[in-house]
Design a protein. Sequence first.
Length: 305
Amino acid sequence: MRLWRVEEAQRLVESELAADLAEVWARCRGDFHCLEKTPYDSALVGVGRWWAGPFTIGNRKLGEMPFFSLPPVTTCPGHTPFCLRWCYAIYEVANWRAHVREAASYLLSQRDDFVDVVLSYLAKIPHPVVRLHVSGDFYSRAYLEKWAEAAGRRPDKIFYTYTKSLDLIRRVETPENLVIHISADPYNYVKAVETWRELGRGLITYVYTPGEDVGPIRYILENTGAVLLLFLNHVQHAPRDDPRKIRTQLRATLGPQARRVVFDPEEFSSGPQCVQCGVCWRTAKYFKDPPYRKTWGIDMRRSTS
């Protein structure tokens, strides 16, 4: 299958439109009236109910939660063959404006004033939780350090993400409100285990493709004390089956180890969106009574920072 989104991402990063959009965001600095005066429509420049400059406010899975994204694969130094075959950000059919915004966000992230710019937009919206990288990842130490600085300057907000940039997160100190979970797959799960054992915090996440070997999942559970958050591979060319049936089969196959597996509620049981669920971002530091014990039967304080 042709990786057209990867090819398109590089073309857009080099485009005049993406460069102009990044410049507009930096110049307007959270001033929505300034954005409205530009020649771009609201969905591109980021004005209105569902945008705040470079931030998009929610999608079907997240619910009403702002997120910041980058182009897929080209900003993911830890990507594996699994990503090239199954990453939803490569194969999804999205509005072209979203692709341009990702490219512009990448150009914005390279600016020295990036932290000031993104915080100026976050200051204008009330949402307490920000998702990083629905598409993309930490592509350099300098970029990760910028988000660490942004989170440190806004301790009232929680920033969370999943990453395969395992070498980077080992080298950078991050504040507790920047919650980074390790993303494992059939190619990097050994390194993911080593990284979790070194850092001792966060979830390990894994995208399960129906019918695949559960050996990597067993290895993760046997060699860490982490809670494993299991997502379901749902790109259009993935094998299909009833999610509830898959969950039941996995629980039976894993046996007692399944007690440390959280099946993503939105994907496996049409449950709550991320903004209501909170498994990935609620920690004992921010909430007196974490919902995990009641909802999932798991004390997440043992596995989150």
